[in-house]
Write a protein that binds this ligand. Structure first.
Ligand code: TRP
Length: 330
């Protein structure tokens, strides 16, 4: 099952509403990991400001992201939930690590290249040094495993390089963290099933964790089911919907029956779609209820984040003291 008693760190950007793909692809896993491991989950606001954003709404977004983490089942009694900018050791260690980072390593990061071409008007140094801050996030807690999606594995690899370089230069200190690869469901767009579900495709491609039942029913009703993407790729919308049902439902015999119908080309979408919508609604109900309840208690949320900050900071401060001593700045 899960590796026991490992130190786990992951970060989430405060960039707006989560969707079902985020939940099934990452967050659902995080809740499982917290049962047997020491987990740190961080809202990475310093990373979020590397692309254009509105200062007025940022603090609200950070709180919303924290609410999301709690709503999907992360339990502050079992893991540490905190905000990156509230623990200044993250940026401090990031500076130190930046002096060990070859510029060439940063320039070849694919996320940097993508974001630089997307934000040509704002290619700031933070966009380039983003992975160094991420390495600091991870290394501060002597992390063993980092549950992230495929798009972030290159950054974790850089983190390992920096840990090794630090150890070689100043003596063995950091663990080399690994990506935690979970078997996660890949949830595809409802309208273009050859693409990953993503908010940037548009609201009807996506099921938001906050969508009310009638919106879910409407979106599923409109979801494409046919074979083949717009460019002739062999991607099936029907397969995507059935997979969604299979990860969300606990009714094994029904799952088997629907799979057989699908394979025989006899799945009746007019019946299956409402069933899928109901299943999604049922899974989201407790998440939405928890979120709504917590949203009425802003003080409780603040307290959770301050507690998280204090717990994280205790460890981060120790690491930074050790690091400064080793690099000759104590
Ligand atoms: N870069 C990650 C993302 O965009 C977020 C992140 C920041 C992170 N720091 C991290 C993930 C540390 C894992 C560990 O998804």
């Amino acid at each position: 099952m899960f590796p026991r008693e490992k130190i786990i760190f992951s970060g989430v950007q405060p960039t707006g509403e989560l969707h079902l793909g985020n939940y099934l692809g990452a967050l659902k896993n995080w809740s499982a990991l917290q049962e047997h491991n020491r987990c740190f989950f961080c809202v990475v606001d310093y990373h979020a400001i590397t692309i254009p954003y509105q200062a007025k709404v940022m603090s609200k977004r950070v709180l919303e992201a924290a609410l999301d983490l709690l709503a999907v089942g992360l339990d502050p009694e079992k893991c540490v939930i905190f905000v990156q900018s509230q623990v200044p050791e993250h940026t401090e260690l990031s500076w130190i690590l930046s002096t060990l980072t070859p510029l060439g390593e940063l320039e070849r990061m694919t996320q940097y290249k993508d974001k630089a071409s997307e934000h040509r008007q704002n290619i700031n140094a933070g966009l380039l040094t983003y992975p160094v801050l991420m390495a600091a996030d991870i290394l501060l807690y002597q992390t063993d495993l980092v549950p992230v999606g495929e798009d972030q594995t290159q950054h974790v690899e850089l983190t390992r390089i920096l840990a090794r370089k630090f150890n070689n230069t100043f003596g063995e200190y950091f663990k080399e963290p690994k990506v935690y690869e979970a078997t996660v469901a890949r949830v595809m767009s409802l309208l273009e099933p050859n693409k990953k579900m993503s908010k940037s495709l548009g609201p009807n491609h996506c099921l938001s964790l906050n969508d009310p039942p009638e919106v879910i029913r409407r979106k599923i009703a409109k979801a494409v089911t046919d074979e083949g993407g717009p460019n002739g790729e062999r991607v099936s919308g029907g397969r995507n919907l059935l997979n969604l049902f299979k990860v969300l439902s606990e009714d094994k015999p029904l799952k088997k029956e629907l799979e057989e119908q699908y394979q025989a080309g006899e799945l009746k979408y007019a019946e299956f779609k409402p069933l899928l919508a109901d299943t999604i609604i049922k899974v989201l109900e407790p998440i939405q209820a928890r979120r709504a309840e917590l949203a009425t208690k802003p003080q409780e949320l603040q307290k959770i984040l301050l507690d998280g900050r204090d717990k994280a900071r205790l460890i981060a401060q120790k690491t930074l003291r050790d690091v400064k001593e080793r690099i000759g700045l104590a």
